[in-house]
Ligand binder design. Structure first.
Ligand code: SF4
Ligand code: SF4
Length: 226
């Protein structure tokens, strides 16, 4: 458990460092686009056709045509590299899935067209209690207890048979075939994708930080232009 806990703490520290580096790099790119001799701030209201307005537009274009494409391409590479790793059939992901949403909330989301909620509900049913879930992956539940204040809901798949095998493997849905599709999910060490996750984590964190920063810049500039 101490191991798992220290891993999470180190990810948080790592993320802070990575976030600051990404922020500096993006800030530099924004500064490079600043018109010669112009001293205004990127987060100010400027009249149309002014130097400041044009600068903001160039920054938005750079985010959309350069940085967002780079992020997408790198994320695609990470997922392609995942194909070199394989499921070891430990069944942890079938036995324990968690969501911030209750079954009722997931149903409402599914009814409103949320594709992930629909898929999730087509596979998983809720545990009767957290204690039941704790038996599957106790370190993970303890960690959630210690680090997350919000309620987390635990689910499992009834198609898992007594030998810990999927009873409908050939027809398993996309959500199962593509798991884990996020290199930042917490995986047990027994998972065949654990090494992949460890290896790509730094770049995944960097991309995640860039998405956060780009979104921040874009929404702030768009609001000023309205
Ligand atoms: S459908 Fe099969 S692979 Fe998917 S969660 Fe259930 S048991 Fe696991
Ligand atoms: S946790 Fe990983 S190794 Fe275990 S069944 Fe799921 S994908 Fe396979």
């Amino acid at each position: 458990m101490d191991d798992l806990n220290s891993k999470i703490i180190s990810v948080k520290q790592k993320y802070r460092e990575i976030f600051l580096k990404s922020f500096d790099a993006i800030q530099e790119k924004v500064a490079q686009l600043r018109p010669d001799g112009f001293n205004g701030d990127i987060f100010e209201v400027y009249p149309k056709d002014s130097l400041g307005y044009t600068w903001q537009q160039k920054v938005i274009d750079m985010f959309e045509n350069e940085i967002s494409k780079d992020i997408f391409n790198k994320w695609t590479e990470i997922l392609a590299y995942r194909k070199q790793f394989h499921c070891k059939g430990c069944a942890t992901c079938c036995n324990l899935a968690c969501s911030e949403f209750s079954p009722q909330e997931l149903r409402e989301k599914a009814d409103n067209g949320d594709n992930f909620a629909t898929q999730f509900l087509s596979v998983f049913i809720p545990y009767d209690s957290k204690e039941e879930a704790r038996k599957i992956y106790p370190e993970y539940i303890k960690l959630l207890d210690e680090t997350i204040e919000e309620d987390v809901h635990f689910y499992h798949c009834p198609k898992l048979n007594d030998c810990n095998r999927c009873s409908d493997y050939e027809n398993r849905p996309k959500i199962c075939r593509t798991f884990p599709d996020n290199p930042l999910s917490i995986l047990p060490e027994s998972c065949g994708y654990y090494e992949w996750r460890q290896e790509v984590e730094p770049i995944a964190l960097m991309l995640h930080s860039m998405v956060e920063i780009v979104d921040y810049y874009k929404s702030k500039i768009q609001n000023l232009k309205e």
